[in-house]
Design a protein around this ligand. Structure first.
Ligand code: UDP
Length: 253
């Protein structure tokens, strides 16, 4: 770990997949530590996947790099990778929303609406969920988001625009490495300056990623559906993402 940034122990927050620490002398930052724990069904199913914290830390940081280095820059909380499973991030005020974009119908949307599993959408679908474990993170609409007071009208437009840019950017990035970006979830936080930036992670825990040739699932659905070899799937995404970022860095030199 980089000695410039020292964790304040104990951690201030522990979620299903991360721990957050304050940083000595730097109130504007936090350290996020990715865990090997994996859960599904709001914590009903739990296990650990060997090296998942490592894969998700690396994958998420690389994808945040892709978003930052894209022509349409999307700001994220990423500051600096500190170790295999730890990253320095900008501290924000998290917005209580899960933002989902879907390119292909699967998961909860096919239980709710009469789409076929695997059906491609002509235009991406944008959804908001209210982050509340006790309520089971319910789907909410535009006016409910405003009425709940979580975001303003202006924020709604900014979040939708940002989510669609993330989708365009990552869809293209994954396409280059033979992976279909089926859907994903992102979260946003507000900086002290009032800007909304992407926080949390973008990883196989939060995206559905299918191999373009075989349609093999290379994401958390392997765990949700009991398909096995989760570590192999995360490792495969890690390998392809890192190779492609390496390629882009040297292509642009
Ligand atoms: N997702 C997530 N966290 C959640 C719920 C969903 O990261 O708490 C991601 C999920 O991995 C998928 C997308 O959001 O990429 C859409 O998930 P869906 O609504 O289909 O819910 P699920 O089938 O996971 O219950």
């Amino acid at each position: 770990m980089n000695m410039d940034y020292k964790k304040v122990l104990p951690h201030i927050y522990e979620g299903k997949a991360n721990r957050l620490y304050e940083v000595e002398g730097h109130p504007e930052y936090l350290i996020i530590e990715r865990k090997d724990d994996i859960t599904a069904g709001n914590g009903a199913k739990h296990d650990t996947i060997e090296d998942k914290g490592f894969y998700n830390n690396k994958i998420s940081n690389q994808l945040f790099w892709v978003l930052r280095n894209n022509s349409a820059v999307v700001p994220t909380h990423f500051v600096q990778e500190l170790s295999d499973c730890e990253t320095l991030i900008q501290k924000t005020n998290p917005i209580k929303l899960e933002i989902v974009v879907r390119n292909i119908a699967t998961g909860s949307i096919i239980e709710r609406l009469p789409f076929d599993d695997g059906q491609e959408f002509t235009n991406p679908i944008f959804e908001l969920y209210y982050k509340d474990d006790a309520l089971g993170d319910p789907l909410i609409n535009h006016s409910e988001a405003l009425a709940l007071g979580v975001i303003s009208e202006r924020d709604y437009a900014d979040i939708e625009g940002m989510a669609l840019i993330v989708n365009d950017t990552l869809k293209e990035f994954f396409n280059e490495i033979g992976i279909i970006l089926v859907d994903f979830k992102i979260e946003v936080g507000r900086t002290p300056q009032g800007d909304l930036i992407i926080i949390d992670e973008i990883s196989p825990d939060t995206c559905r990623l299918w191999d373009a040739e075989t349609r093999k699932k290379l994401d958390k659905d392997r765990f949700r559906q009991g398909l096995g070899d989760e570590a192999g799937a995360y490792r495969e995404i890690y390998r392809r993402v890192c190779e492609q970022v390496f390629f882009i860095v040297f292509r642009d030199v």
